[in-house]
Design a protein around this ligand. Structure first.
Ligand code: HEM
Length: 178
């Protein structure tokens, strides 16, 4: 059975590439919850919460959590990526929490991620440039299951840019050596 996503005051939500902070909870005249949200330049609008089993029309903490879990669920069943992750990750829960923080920092400018992705990926062994394409294909397929198409595209673009930087850092020296 589907439920309504609950939000909290001060939570951030990305709507059509505009970042809002939830500032007030109210009830509509039909008794359902509605949230007032305010952008950085002071523009306010009302947010209708979505149902948990619907494609998300905006990015919030709940959809990032759902996405991260679904994505790494697929990674763990991927014949190429799973063995690479298995060299570094045995207990998945801390990694998932970390990745929720990471994507919340990227998409919602939310504090909480402390890490060094460049360094961590440079240390990985057995990764090939084409593995990044595979990673992105899985990422894209998972986005389509959870977000409305426009939102999925925005997130994919961010992921691509980061993937390019990471793979650049990982394979640059090899290319330079011919
Ligand atoms: C073939 C592609 C990739 C592979 C095999 C891979 C693998 C891994 C592994 C094994 C870790 C855990 C490292 C550790 O804790 O020691 C990790 C961490 C991480 N990955 Fe990836 N990754 C890939 C692509 C990406 C991409 C494209 C992004 C972002 C768009 C990304 C974001 C991260 C982040 C943020 C962390 C946490 C880093 C930290 O804790 O400092 N990864 N990755």
């Amino acid at each position: 059975m589907s439920e309504w996503v609950e939000h909290q005051i001060d939570e951030r939500v990305l709507v059509q590439d505009e970042l809002y902070t939830l500032t007030q909870v109210a009830r509509t005249r039909w008794g359902s919850k509605t949230y007032r949200m305010t952008s950085g330049d002071g523009v306010s609008r009302w947010l209708t919460p979505r149902k948990t089993d619907q494609l998300a029309p905006y990015v919030d903490r709940a959809s990032i959590d759902q996405f991260v879990r679904a994505f790494y669920g697929r990674v763990q069943h991927d014949e190429v990526l799973a063995p690479i992750f298995a060299t570094r990750i045995t207990d998945w829960e801390p990694h998932l929490v970390r990745m929720v923080h990471f994507w919340s920092a990227i998409l919602l400018a939310a504090p909480g991620f402390m890490g060094n992705p460049m360094q961590k990926h440079r240390e990985l062994e057995g990764v090939h440039p084409e593995d990044f394409e595979r990673w992105l294909r899985l990422f894209r397929a998972t986005l389509a299951d959870i977000f409305e198409p426009e939102v999925a595209e925005t997130i994919l673009q961010r992921a691509r840019r980061i993937a390019d930087r990471l793979s650049g850092a990982m394979f640059q020296s090899e290319r330079a050596c011919g």
